[in-house]
Design a protein around this ligand. Sequence first.
Ligand SMILES: Nc1ncnc2c1ncn2[C@@H]1O[C@H](COP(=O)(O)OP(=O)(O)O)[C@@H](O)[C@H]1O
Ligand SMILES: O=P(O)(O)OC[C@H](O)CO
Length: 504
Amino acid sequence: MSQYIGAIDLGTTSSRFIVFDRAGQIVSMAQKEHRQIYPQPGWVEHDPMEILHNVNEVTGAALAKAGLNAGDLAAIGITNQRETTVLWDKASSKPVHNALVWMDTRTDALVSSFAKFGGKDRFRAQTGLPLTTYFSGLKLRWLLDQLPEARTRAENGDLLFGTMDSWLIWHLTGGTRGGRHITDVTNASRTQLMNLATCKWDEDILEAFAIPKACLPQILPSSQIYGEVTTVPLRGTPIAGILGDQQAALVGQTCFVPGEAKNTYGTGSFLLMNTGRKIVPSQAGLLTTVAYQFGDEPPCYALEGSIAITGALVQWLRDNLNLIEKAADIEPLAASVEDNGGVYIVPAFSGLYAPYWKDDARGVIVGLTRYANRAHIARAALESAAFQVRDVVEAMQADSGIELKALRVDGGMVCNNLLMQFQSDMLAAPVVRPRITETTALGAAYAAGLAVGYWKNTDDLRANWSVDHTWSPIMPNEQRETYYRYWKRAVTRSFDWVEDKPET
Ligand SMILES: Nc1ncnc2c1ncn2[C@@H]1O[C@H](COP(=O)(O)OP(=O)(O)O)[C@@H](O)[C@H]1O
Ligand SMILES: O=P(O)(O)OC[C@H](O)CO
């Protein structure tokens, strides 16, 4: 059998290709950022063609670095930013519009008009999701409404919808020459068009949203052989795993037992707790979602606390305020002051996600005095990530009745020691970073490796997990609660900012 497994990770900010060995160690890796396109306040787009080119480039680069070729890979897995919506022309395989990124808020008027009858939780029972701008279904609806002839062409099956996994797989498997139009249950569960219990497109919701079924991909499990890559440099390699990136991180962290949870700190942060075969409805503002489905087994579900902006705030300080030169500079700057100096930032750039679900919130910096300086702003930015995670941990504990004993963490921000210590202090619980923090790609590799027998079962995967570092709480209780009380007050200051949009 081939020695390695590959994973393509289509993140919000970059695409990566990583080659793993049987121990889950990284053998080779290449990464490239893509453009973030902001046509208007609140709108965020990606160029799907740019992402395709980048995937090709990083795949070739990672293989070349290690002197490998496609024959050295037993299979590849694919993982992706979820909800981001692409609509493409079947005949040319070209997108008919830029991708609408998950954090894009242009569907706010659609959300209001659907929520008018039955409220924000109108489709929660079937989909596990509230009505908000976050999910793909209404993004697709927006494209069908706005682009000339799009609806008729979608009804005829001439336009195809997909999240980034579908878009990439269509191209990797031949596009117009026999390409597969598929997605997996985890990605489909984020469209707000899939019924959680049946894992099929929900006819009632399709009718309510006026989405033609003919443009939707086939929903498949997260781990099975879907087909072979027909393009260089991966020609002939089986595609055997597909997982939305946050579910992939749950798998990469080997959280296979109900109650096990992880938090990934990237552009946003996403805390998922495995709830096993049980669909646990949330009363506390979380999402209910599919965690994974391996082959013929029934799906496992998760509760999720989604936070739109954590690492993206660090990027914003870098790119929009020029406060730092590179992301890593935020830690020494924040550490140059003893505390936040009374400053709190609520980064509600796309409204607030869990547990608040306030589309009309916008970002605020509060507590400013003449004393505050750039280091306090930097510190407040990092602390905002930890406060938001505490918000969702509290909701998770309320919904599941399980007290979090320790939080497994991963993602681009977990190299930041100041943040990790503050996180542990805010949760009054240990924060545990594993040796391999590329858990998203690793989870996709695991799904693919299980399908082709590279790993036998989840016990094999668990054996690969080990601790790199644990942070334990050191902050006195009273101080912790004072900080958090101020945070909650700051959050309320961000509410009700955007005035009502005209109804569609
Ligand atoms: N040392 C650091 N301290 C704080 N944030 C960081 C640091 N290094 C990177 N980041 C943030 O991590 C994010 C990138 O993480 P990553 O997991 O690659 O994100 P994504 O998968 O969303 O593209 C960026 O938003 C960046 O600002
Ligand atoms: O690409 P990431 O890591 O920012 O994750 C984005 C999420 O999948 C959005 O739901």
